[in-house]
Design a protein around this ligand. Structure first.
Ligand SMILES: [Zn+2]
Ligand SMILES: [Zn+2]
Length: 114
């Protein structure tokens, strides 16, 4: 079974976190600000040439101010391989595929594997 498939995604606007349950049972908890900092779209990454299959390590140390940009409005499925996140400031260009999201998991276990 491919461990890089999300089986459940819930966004909690109270705690400002999105949780993803993976097919291997792992549960990832992403603060909204981390997801926004890691937005994989060309605009946020500063050009198509900077778009990568995995998040930059600096996104884990980037702290964004609480603003419309870090308020998640909704999460949409994009095919069976990714999600699109819609932000309160209207930004919705980022397509987070499973591989990228799994690499973005901020838990100590996943970060240690780096
Ligand atoms: Zn973006
Ligand atoms: Zn993890």
């Amino acid at each position: 079974m491919n461990s890089e498939t999300a089986t459940a995604i819930t966004a909690n606007r109270q705690s400002m976190e999105m949780s993803v349950t993976w097919s291997d049972g792992h549960v990832s908890l992403y603060p909204f600000s981390l997801l926004r900092a890691a937005c994989p779209c060309a605009q946020c990454r500063g050009g198509h040439e900077n778009m990568k299959a995995e998040p930059d390590s600096q996104v884990f140390t980037t702290s964004l101010e609480d603003s419309a940009a870090t308020h998640l409005v909704t999460v949409k499925a994009t095919g069976s391989y990714a999600i699109t996140i819609v932000w309160e400031d209207g930004h919705d260009y980022g397509i987070y595929n499973w591989h990228y999201l799994r690499k973005l998991c901020p838990c100590p276990e996943c970060r240690q594997g780096k």
